[in-house]
Ligand binder design. Sequence first.
Ligand SMILES: Cc1cc2nc3c(=O)[nH]c(=O)nc-3n(C[C@H](O)[C@H](O)[C@H](O)COP(=O)(O)OP(=O)(O)OC[C@H]3O[C@@H](n4cnc5c(N)ncnc54)[C@H](O)[C@@H]3O)c2cc1C
Length: 228
Amino acid sequence: MALFQTPTERTITSRPFKQLLRGYDGSQLSEVGDFAGKELYEVSDYVDKVARPKLVFWSSSGERVERVWLEPAERAVLERLVKHFKVNEKPYTSGDWFQYFCCVYLIGDPGISCILTVTNQTAYAIYKYGDESTKKFLPFLIGESDTLAFGATWFTEIQGGSDLGANLVEARPDGTIWKLKGTKYFCSNAGVANFAIVTARARGAKEGAKGISLLCQSLIQMAKETFA
Ligand SMILES: Cc1cc2nc3c(=O)[nH]c(=O)nc-3n(C[C@H](O)[C@H](O)[C@H](O)COP(=O)(O)OP(=O)(O)OC[C@H]3O[C@@H](n4cnc5c(N)ncnc54)[C@H](O)[C@@H]3O)c2cc1C
């Protein structure tokens, strides 16, 4: 594939993508493709060259925040993809995972796709394993609510890598909450996310993968107030 293709050109020339699209008449994807090839492409190019995400340690009121500051145009593009094009909602309602992956392929830009993908994997964990108290976060992550939330997953630990059964982070009940102790390794989107799913082993739980629990953690004050 030649360099400097726009996403629109890529959809026309890429043989693997044509293969993927068999069975689709294209109508479900053409609007996303159009947006990806024009507005989104322009914003991604601008973000790459002029306005890269910035790590902010302190808020203007002097609190330690450690958040990632996104260019407002990048945030607007993400809102459009989630709330208008319903990219992250498709697997749970009107569409399927195939359609979701086609959308991500069309979007192309790794920075935008990463935020969408880890948000969707957070949504999936909540959808599949969440209890009532965590399922109420789902609409915020998949664009079914006016307020958009982003997600992240803290699964990997250095001693196990992809083997989650080797996780050591411990969860201890403390009143109505769980307290986590230990060290995680890698968490894409941590600086942007409102919620994170964390794997941990409840004290006394079995060894290996069967003893791992999923916990949902709100990462910033906004999450506690807006999504309560
Ligand atoms: C940019 C980036 C972002 C990431 N974001 C996240 C995130 O958001 N959340 C998160 O939880 N983690 C994240 N990770 C961690 C990522 O999921 C791990 O890197 C991944 O699980 C692999 O772990 P590892 O690198 O320790 O490799 P390992 O799992 O230790 O694998 C090392 C090597 O052993 C091989 N191997 C592994 N298992 C087997 C097996 N059973 N049989 C044979 N060979 C095997 C692998 O193929 C590989 O070559 C991120 C990593 C990167 C690089």
